[in-house]
Design a protein around this ligand. Structure first.
Ligand code: FES
Ligand code: MG
Length: 595
């Protein structure tokens, strides 16, 4: 390309569309169509950067809907800093509304956004993030294309309240289901209790996957410091949208790209922050996926090695008591990073979107309310990260240590001879429909020693991997005071659930993982110290079952219902590898093809 290297904006890829003397007829074609809604020729040829606003909000995506409002402030910032904003839609993802599971949509939104960022005249992009999978989908696409990118969290909802107590989105649903099952509330009461947790625009106000992923985007350096936790309706959220618009133009001028920010150091920071906030078990899936798209080594074992022993500092539901507004007022991500820094647990030189290091951004950030964010030396729980388990049932699975309740510890982990191991008979469910239809059936023989197994719920078995491993006990058991049984499975679990399940088991039953061999009544032993989960039957018996299963054509799973389900099933990897579209991984830093 024959760019005039003396004029401003000389390095901009958008000039290959709008200002390419060597390709004058195509340039005219591109120009006339973008001018038809009011842009001027000299504006498009001024050398001003064209900045995308990847809009994830819509009526179908209520968690992110406030981005439709914030986009005005993003635009103002972009224009103020000398850029030209181009807003466009991203495939909607609604965590709770999408059937059969929003797990299908992260990769679909990813692949769509890659095409947009690659194939249109964009020099940089503001990623509007929020609801669970919108954040990883956008970050992954920006990583693959590698144009300057900054994420803007839409922010959590205001705190929910019911009868003077905080009700957290998602988390209250698990509670309300128990109350309904136990007959303590009726259907009207159930709806009222659940709706109380969602009082305003914004994403789930608990430390679910949305708050987690937006906090981690900030910890990775991909959003402005202090911006992840600002509640959606607060005025500061509008200001942060404006500043994000200003910043992206500076990033384009400095040519600061995702590959400069998303280094291994940045991922290690995010792993540690995830433990300190009590983050979602979806985080390893999304961060490993992101790392693979940007070409950084990151494995499931890194979560145990760097994250397991980090203490829980944030007192947010489901691991604690408080909610999003409290998290923001207590200092948000900078306060947590600064606490970790005092113990040498942050790679301080990791670069962030504003051109400064995370160390410079967060050094000295104060905790404003110690009820909500604790100092490192007085944590809520010690060693609160993820334990990575393996054994003859799977090559890896994850357990979130911060949500092990006192009741659970007392019932399962109080044997003085072996305080971190327990075993019991299993009852096996094949997918969520099977679970829902049978859980209250007395024929299962479930008691408080039972381990519930959910299989057929991984990325291929239940396309996209359903958030179903956390299973409530049968109603009769809840009435008797047993609120949680150990659960294990090859699906995912909502970040809003406080269940200490063993989940994300890889490989899943549908591709021959060991869970496929389990039968109700088998005994399973879980040893948290050794990081092992094993079926207690001998290898010969297991081998026999394996041959039997193969003779039947493998573990059965339901047919695809849509073209995308079939396409994703054919190309998706396992949860331990980020559940990415495997053929996409080799496409890295592709922006420069038009750069
Ligand atoms: Fe969208 Fe929780 S359902 S953030
Ligand atoms: Mg979720």
């Amino acid at each position: 390309m024959t760019h005039d290297t003396s004029s401003p904006g000389r390095h901009l890829r958008s000039r290959a569309w709008f200002d390419d003397p060597a390709n004058a007829d195509m340039t005219a074609l591109y120009l006339e169509r973008y001018m038809n809604f009011g842009l001027a020729l000299d504006e498009l040829q001024s050398g001003k950067p064209i900045i995308g606003i990847a809009q994830t909000g819509s009526d179908l995506s209520p968690c992110n809907r406030h981005h439709l409002v914030l986009a005005e402030r993003i635009r103002a910032g972009i224009i103020e800093a000398g850029g030209i904003p181009f807003e466009f839609p991203v495939h909607p993802i609604q965590e709770t509304g999408k059937r059969p599971t929003a797990g299908l949509d992260r990769n679909l939104a990813y692949i769509g956004l890659v095409e947009v960022l690659f194939g249109y005249p964009l020099d940089g992009v503001v990623l509007t993030t929020g609801c669970d999978k919108t954040t990883p989908a956008c970050l992954m696409a920006a990583a693959t294309v590698n144009i300057p990118a900054i994420s803007l969290s839409v922010g959590p909802m205001l705190n929910g309240w019911h009868k003077g107590e905080r009700t957290g989105s998602g988390t209250i649903v698990w509670k309300a289901r128990e109350l309904l099952a136990a007959g303590e509330i009726d259907y009207q009461g159930f709806i009222k209790l659940v709706a109380s947790s969602a009082p305003s625009t914004g994403f789930c106000n608990t430390m679910g996957t949305a708050t987690t992923m937006n906090s981690l985007a900030e910890a990775l350096g991909m959003s402005l410091p202090g911006s992840a936790a600002i509640p959606a309706p607060y005025r500061d959220r509008q200001e942060s949208a404006y500043r994000t618009g200003l910043q992206i133009v500076e990033m384009v001028e400095a040519d600061r790209k995702p590959s400069d920010i998303l280094t291994r150091d940045a991922f290690l920071n995010a792993i540690r922050v995830n433990s300190a906030i009590g983050g979602s078990t979806n985080a390893p899936i999304h961060l490993i996926g992101l790392a693979r798209h940007v070409g950084v080594e990151l494995s499931i074992d890194d979560w145990q090695e760097f994250g397991r022993d980090i203490p829980l500092l944030v007192n947010l539901q489901p691991a604690g008591e408080y909610l999003g507004e409290d998290y923001y007022r207590a200092g948000g991500v900078p306060a947590i990073v600064s606490q970790l820094m005092t113990h040498g647990l942050i790679q301080e030189n990791a670069l962030t979107v504003n051109g400064r290091t995370i160390g410079d951004n967060c050094r000295g950030a104060e905790i404003e309310d110690e009820r909500v964010i604790r100092p490192f030396d007085r944590p809520i729980k010690a060693a609160a990260g993820f334990s990575v388990l393996r054994g003859n049932l799977f090559e890896s699975a994850v357990m979130k240590l911060s949500v092990i309740s006192d009741e659970f510890r007392e019932r399962y982990l109080s044997n003085p001879d072996d305080p971190n191991a327990f075993e019991g008979p299993v009852v096996v469910f094949d997918g969520p429909e099977d679970y829902h239809s049978r859980i209250d059936d007395p024929a299962n023989g479930i008691d408080d020693s039972t381990i519930l197994i959910m299989r057929g719920a991984g990325p291929i078995g239940y396309p996209g991997a359903a958030e179903v491993v956390n299973m409530r006990p049968p109603a009769e058991l809840i009435k008797a005071g047993v609120h949680a049984l150990p659960c294990m499975g090859d699906g995912r679990q909502s970040g809003t659930s406080g269940s200490p399940s063993i989940l994300n088991a890889s490989p899943e039953a549908a591709v021959g993982g060991g869970l496929a061999l389990l039968r109700s009544g088998d005994r399973v032993r879980i040893d948290l110290n050794r990081g092992e989960a094993n079926i207690l039957i001998d290898e010969a018996e297991l081998e026999g079952r394996r041959r039997e299963l193969e003779a039947q054509g493998g573990y059965p799973y339901p047919r695809s219902q849509t073209p995308w389900q079939e396409m994703q099933r054919a190309t998706v990897g396992q949860l331990s590898d980020g559940a990415v579209l495997e053929p996409a991984v080799k496409y890295q830093r592709i922006a420069q093809i038009f750069g």
